[in-house]
Write a protein that binds this ligand. Structure first.
Ligand SMILES: Nc1ncnc2c1ncn2[C@@H]1O[C@H](COP(=O)(O)OP(=O)(O)O)[C@@H](O)[C@H]1O
Ligand SMILES: [Mg+2]
Length: 350
């Protein structure tokens, strides 16, 4: 087991910066999820940690050891990819054994590790099959098995569930979480899926444009997004972002920190009935009512032409086109500056 430390890590492809200076400390046994939109530099970051990509500048320490110039095989990490990267002509057993054999691991040790991994992942009955005789979920399990048998200091996952259908993805996500809890192996996990990130992570690293927007537990990031980008990226449906101008044009004002020109409010914090606490009231028209099982999403166009989404319990008896009033409690609002993209009520770091 090991810690991972990234210090001002940068990567340029020619003149183009892909990773622009990342600082991150991963604790021993922690599962960190790097989440952000496609192209924000997640894979590049992970590949640098793995040693598959050179570093433009900065430091990478695994278990306190600077590995920037170490070969991938010397870094004591195991990587699990989206496309499984199994050898098609080898059986499952041979796929699991391959890396260990190459390393000259003794036969009994190989057998023990393969048996343990097969038990943990419940792929024992499939050891003599070829990858093409397995389902997508089983292949993904074999790919994880290959990482487990290495008994590495850290696991690196790059969108390992992207090729699976929605139901299997949820199932495998739970399995990965349980597996990581059981093995307590330090892990860096990359995904563009905010829900996957929220449910898996001990801590999230939200990335955008090669930079870190915010680091925190899923609850911290959800409850107090540090930037407009995070506010819009984490949470589904996304946080509503209402311009202070729009509030003013509806005759609503409220005390806000200096520099605030946008307020964010989660769909489940907007209500049709007036709340008890201090609030704003915004007239609008129902554009669309989406029933989503136990709750419904109500799309309401406000007077300034902006649409907000309310997440309401059950199936409200409201027709599309109906006039409604949307209420937002002051205490539930997140103030942001459009110019800096940051919260305006942020407390300075002590
Ligand atoms: N080998 C490469 N050569 C040039 N540009 C690259 C290369 N790999 C990635 N990039 C660019 O670096 C940026 C980050 O890519 P990547 O790390 O793959 O993002 P993500 O995994 O978050 O989708 C993108 O703009 C991508 O086009
Ligand atoms: Mg990627």
């Amino acid at each position: 087991m090991a810690t991972i430390n990234l210090v001002d890590l940068k990567k340029n492809y020619g003149p183009v910066p892909a990773v622009k200076g990342i600082n991150l400390s991963v604790a021993d046994g922690e599962l960190i999820v790097l989440v952000g939109p496609s192209g924000c530099g997640k894979s590049t970051l992970l590949r640098m940690v793995a040693g598959l990509e050179s570093v433009t500048s900065g430091r990478i320490e695994i278990g306190g050891r600077d590995v920037v110039r170490a070969e991938p095989a010397e870094r004591d990490i195991a990587m699990v990819f989206q496309n499984y990267a199994l050898y098609p002509h080898m059986s499952v057993r041979q796929n699991l054994e391959y890396g260990l054999k190459n390393r000259g691991t003794p036969r009994e040790e190989i057998d023990r590790r393969v048996r343990e991994a097969a038990d943990i992942l419940e792929i024992g009955p499939m050891l003599d099959r070829k990858p093409r005789q397995l389902s997508g979920g089983q292949r993904q399990r074999v790919a994880m098995g290959r990482a487990i048998v290495r008994e590495p200091a850290a696991f690196l996952f790059d969108e390992p569930l992207s090729n699976l259908d929605a139901k299997l993805r949820v199932q495998m996500r739970v399995e990965i979480r349980k597996l990581q809890r059981r093995l307590k192996t330090t892990s860096l996990y990359v995904t563009h899926d905010q829900l996957e990130a929220m449910t898996l992570a001990d801590r999230l690293v939200v990335m955008n444009g090669g930079l870190v927007e915010q680091i925190g537990t899923p609850v911290e990031v959800y409850d107090r997004p540090a930037t407009l980008f995070v506010a819009g990226f984490i949470g589904s449906p996304p946080m509503n972002l209402i311009s202070v101008e729009g509030l003013a044009s509806a005759g609503q004002s409220l005390p806000l920190p200096r520099g605030t020109d946008i307020v964010g409010i989660r769909p489940d914090e907007l209500t049709l009935d007036a709340p008890a606490g201090a609030h704003v009231a915004l007239p609008g028209t129902v554009e669309l009512l989406e029933p989503i099982g136990g709750e419904s999403h109500l799309h309401v166009m406000l007077g300034n032409g902006q649409t907000v989404i309310l997440s309401v319990p059950g199936r409200p008896d409201i027709a599309e086109g109906a006039a409604v009033t949307v209420h937002a409690e002051h205490a539930q609002m997140h103030p942001f500056s459009k110019e800096t993209g940051r919260r305006t009520d942020a407390v300075a770091n002590p």
